[in-house]
Design a protein around this ligand. Structure first.
Ligand SMILES: Cc1cc2nc3c(=O)[nH]c(=O)nc-3n(C[C@H](O)[C@H](O)[C@H](O)COP(=O)(O)OP(=O)(O)OC[C@H]3O[C@@H](n4cnc5c(N)ncnc54)[C@H](O)[C@@H]3O)c2cc1C
Length: 502
C-alpha cells in the first residue's frame, strides 16, 4: 500500500455505528486526531428507524451518555418523536422493567436498594432508535473535530510496530492505532488475524413488516409453536424465530413465498402474506474474539462479540467497551500511560461480554420449541414474579450490577460505577465527569487531601456535597466513571493503599 501522507491520524476507527461514533467522541474530546471510515452511506437505513431500529439503552449506557453530556440531546430528540410509545418496556398499566426470553418482569417487584451505590443515577431504560443515537453521536464527534467519511469501507490493513496503514475507498490512510468497530463480520478483526469462536446458531430470526391477507389467524403478542416463536404487532409487524439451525440467515431473498412459508410453519396457521415491505434476518450465533487487541489494532462492539439480540444487550455492551477503551487509548496516545494500560481494556470488558453471551444463550434455551423449554419458561416466569427474582434480572438487564473484578480487592465500591452524587459546587458527579478527566472526590474538606491536592491536567479535585459512607474520605473516579480507589485519607488509611495525589 502506498500511503497518502496528507492523511495521518492518531486513531482510525472502522465503522460509524454507535460504538465507533461513541469512541470517536471519546478520542475527539481528548484532543486526538481521529478518522472514522464507514462503508455505508450517510443516509440511515430504514432498519435503523422504527420499528426495527428500536433499542433499549440500559442504565450503564445512559450513565455513559450523561457523563459526556450526550443524554440530554438524545432525550430531547426522542421526546420530539413517538419512539417511547413504541417501546414495549415503557408501556402498559403495570410498568415493565425488562424481559428475559420475552418473559416480563415489573418495576414494582424490583428492589432498587440492592444497588446502594447507584443512588442518584437514572432508573429508567431509554427507548431510542439507532438512527437517532447515531445522529446525536455523529454531530458531537464532528463538533470535536473528528473526520467521518462515508462510502469508505476498510478493505485492507497493514500493521507495523509504529503504526497502521488502512486502505479504504481507494485511499491509504495512516494512523498510530486502528480500532475495528465494524460490526460482527469485522474486516479489521479478520485482517488482524484475530480468531472468532463460540456457539453456532440454533435459529434464524426474522424482523418483518408485512401486509397480511384477511382473515388473519395470527394472535397479537408472543406465541410459541412447534417450530419456534413469533411476536405479532398488528397490523403487520412480525418478529419470529425459526429453529432451523440458522440455515436461512442471509441465504435467499426475503420475498413473499419464503416469508409466508416460514410464518405458516412457525405459527402453525394458514396465514396469507400479500406483500413484504421490509424484512431482515439475524441469528443467535454467540461468538467472542480471541483477543481484543493485536499490537496496534483493537476491537470494540459487535466486532469483538456477537450474540442473539434477545434481551437487547449488544449495543449496551458495545458502548461500555467504547467508554472503557476511549480514555485509556487517549492516555497512551498522550504518552501518559504505557500501551500495557490497554491490556486492562480486555481484562475488564471480556468477562462482561462472556456474561452477556451466556445470558443470550440461556434465553435461546428457553425459547426452544420443546416441552422442557416450555416447563422452564413457567419456572422462570414464577421467579420473575418474586422480589429477589425481579431484582436479580434487573441487575443484569439494566447493567446496574456491573463491576470490574480487576479492582474489586481495593474496596467494596472499587470497580463499580461511581454514584451520581451532588458535589459542593452544585454539580452532579456525572456532570463533573464531562471534562473527560478523572475526579478525586474529597468527602473531608477539612482533612489532609484538601491541603495536598495540586492542580493537574489529568485529575480534577472536587468536594462532595455530603458524606457517602463514614469509612470513605475520598474516591478516585476514572474518566469513565468507574471507581478506581476509595477509602480513608487520615490515620485510618493504613492497609488501604496509598492515597492518590491530585
Ligand atoms: C433485531 C435487533 C435488535 C436489537 N436490539 C437491541 C437492543 O434493544 N439493545 C441493545 O443493546 N442491542 C440491540 N441489538 C444489538 C445492537 O444493534 C448491536 O449490538 C449494535 O448495533 C452494535 O454496534 P456496533 O457499532 O458495534 O456495530 P454496528 O451497529 O453493526 O455498526 C458497525 C458499522 O460498521 C460498518 N462497517 C462494516 N464493515 C465495514 C468496513 N469494512 N469498513 C468500514 N465500515 C464498516 C457498518 O456499515 C456499520 O455502520 C439488536 C440487534 C438486532 C439485530
Amino acid at each position: 500500500m502506498s500511503p497518502d501522507h496528507r492523511s495521518t491520524y492518531d486513531v482510525i476507527i472502522a465503522g460509524a455505528g454507535p460504538v465507533g461514533l461513541f469512541l470517536a467522541c471519546e478520542l475527539g474530546q481528548a484532543g486526538r486526531r481521529v478518522l472514522v471510515l464507514e462503508q455505508g452511506d450517510a443516509e440511515a437505513s430504514s432498519l435503523k428507524q422504527l420499528p426495527f431500529g428500536l433499542r433499549g439503552l440500559n442504565l450503564s449506557t445512559m450513565e455513559s451518555l450523561d457523563r459526556r453530556d450526550l443524554l440530554a440531546p438524545l432525550r430531547a430528540r426522542m421526546e420530539a418523536s413517538d419512539v417511547a410509545a413504541s417501546a414495549p418496556w415503557v408501556a402498559g398499566a403495570r410498568r415493565p422493567a425488562g424481559h428475559f426470553a420475552g418473559l416480563q418482569f415489573f418495576r414494582d417487584m424490583v428492589d432498587e436498594d440492592a444497588w446502594p451505590w447507584r443512588a442518584g443515577g437514572a432508573t429508567e431504560m431509554l427507548a431510542v432508535t439507532m438512527a437517532d443515537l447515531e445522529h446525536v453521536l455523529a454531530v458531537r464527534a464532528r463538533q470535536l473535530g473528528v473526520t467521518i467519511r462515508h462510502g469508505c469501507g476498510v478493505a485492507r490493513v497493514a500493521v507495523s510496530l509504529d503504526g497502521v496503514q488502512v486502505e479504504a475507498g481507494g485511499v491509504t490512510h495512516q494512523a498510530g492505532w486502528l480500532v475495528g468497530c465494524d460490526g460482527g463480520r469485522s474486516t479489521v478483526r479478520k485482517a488482524a488475524g484475530i480468531g472468532f469462536a463460540g456457539t453456532e446458531p440454533e435459529f434464524t430470526g426474522y424482523s418483518m413488516a408485512l401486509r397480511l391477507g384477511e382473515p388473519n389467524p395470527l394472535h397479537p403478542g408472543r406465541q410459541h409453536g412447534a417450530a419456534g416463536m413469533y411476536t405479532y404487532a398488528p397490523p403487520g409487524i412480525v418478529t419470529l424465530v425459526d429453529f432451523d439451525g440458522g440455515a436461512n440467515h442471509r441465504k435467499a431473498p426475503l420475498t413473499r413465498d419464503p416469508v409466508q412459508a416460514v410464518l405458516r410453519r412457525v405459527s402453525g396457521t394458514d396465514v396469507v402474506v400479500e406483500a413484504v415491505d421490509l424484512a431482515t434476518t439475524w441469528t443467535d450465533r454467540a461468538f467472542l474474539a480471541a483477543r481484543y487487541r493485536q499490537g496496534r489494532v483493537l476491537l470494540a462492539g459487535d466486532a469483538a462479540h456477537v450474540h442473539a439480540p434477545l434481551g437487547g444487550q449488544g449495543l449496551n455492551l458495545g458502548i461500555g467497551d467504547a467508554m472503557n477503551l476511549g480514555w485509556k487509548l487517549a492516555a497512551v496516545l498522550r504518552g501518559e500511560e504505557p500501551p500495557s494500560l490497554l491490556d486492562s481494556y480486555e481484562q475488564e470488558r471480556r468477562p462482561v461480554a462472556e456474561q452477556v453471551l451466556d445470558w443470550s444463550r440461556a434465553q435461546v434455551a428457553l425459547l426452544r420449541p420443546d416441552p422442557g423449554a416450555a416447563a422452564l419458561r413457567n419456572v422462570v416466569r414464577d421467579l420473575l414474579n418474586t422480589r429477589d427474582g425481579a431484582t436479580y434480572f434487573a441487575g443484569r438487564v439494566w447493567g446496574a450490577g456491573l463491576r470490574y473484578g480487576t479492582l474489586a480487592a481495593i474496596h467494596p465500591l472499587a470497580g463499580r460505577s461511581a454514584p451520581d452524587m451532588m458535589l459542593a459546587d452544585g454539580r452532579r458527579l456525572d456532570e463533573a465527569l464531562r471534562s473527560g478527566r478523572a475526579l478525586l472526590v474529597d468527602f473531608d474538606p477539612a482533612g489532609p487531601l484538601a491541603a495536598t491536592a495540586r492542580p493537574s491536567t489529568r485529575i480534577d479535585y472536587v468536594i462532595a456535597g455530603s458524606r457517602l459512607d463514614p469509612g470513605i474520605d475520598a474516591l478516585l473516579v476514572r474518566p469513565d466513571g468507574i471507581v478506581a480507589w476509595a477509602g480513608p485519607t487520615g490515620d485510618d488509611a493504613h492497609g488501604t493503599g496509598s492515597v492518590p495525589h491530585a
